[in-house]
Design a protein around this ligand. Structure first.
Ligand code: AMP
Length: 209
């Protein structure tokens, strides 16, 4: 299975991806995770991306496209992959299409997790992750157990200001990829409002897995 998860920030892409990759046994390619790792390691790419990410802007296409093309040419992506957070612009979608075509591969599905704008800010500002397990929680909607709460961390771009900027970017830059994939007949729309389990069931139904 070669698939993409699309949706506004805070839609639950990371949460759903973590569940689906186990089920489908495919690598999870999250450009957000890759960029955060590069920033943490202080690589050249991380230095280029840091300021864009902090203010909720998109990292320039050429930087992200190069990073993803290198990653998806690795052996573990031979029989499938789950792209999460990529593509986020039309040029990224077009570059991915060219790279896959050159490799004789095609996308099976693009899952769009839909969440209304009005719920996004509260979903994002309450989000925390466990650096030990990678598990994502929400302080109110998916509260952590008492023994893990003290070690949870908040993403630097999960502030109200950066969140508003990211949502604006989503509508101006990312939403245009939706008709692009719809025209290819591979877009599946899923309601992202509900518990993580409910959304997983909807995604599974949409993918028939
Ligand atoms: P995410 O974890 O997917 O929410 O991504 C966090 C941040 O990383 C985004 O707000 C962007 O600054 C950057 N980023 C992640 N993926 C991309 C992408 N495909 N294109 C441009 N910037 C990206």
């Amino acid at each position: 299975m070669r698939m993409i998860l699309v949706g506004p920030p805070g839609a639950g892409k990371g949460t759903q991806a973590a569940r689906l990759i186990t089920l489908l046994d495919i690598p999870h390619i999250s450009t957000g995770d890759m960029l955060r790792a590069a920033v943490k390691e202080g690589t050249e790419l991380g230095k280029q991306a840091d300021a864009f990410m902090k203010r909720g802007d998109l990292v320039p296409d050429d930087v992200v496209i190069g990073m993803v093309i290198e990653r998806i040419s690795m052996e573990d992506c031979g029989s499938g992959m789950m792209l999460d957070g990529f593509p986020r612009t039309r040029p990224q979608a077009e570059a991915l299409g060219v790279a896959l075509e050159q490799a004789g591969l095609a996308l099976d599905s693009v899952v769009l997790i839909e969440v209304p704008d009005g719920s996004i800010v509260s979903r994002i500002v309450g989000r925390r992750s466990d650096p030990k397990t990678g598990r994502i929680y929400h302080l109110e909607f998916d509260p952590p157990a008492e023994d893990v709460v003290d070690r949870l961390v908040q993403r630097k771009d999960d502030t109200r200001e950066a969140c508003v900027a990211r949502l604006r970017k989503y509508h101006s830059e990312t939403a245009p990829i939706i008709p692009f994939y719809d025209a290819l007949g591979i877009l599946r729309r899923v309601d992202g409002v509900g518990s993580p389990d409910e959304v997983t069931e909807r995604v599974r139904a949409a993918l028939k897995v």
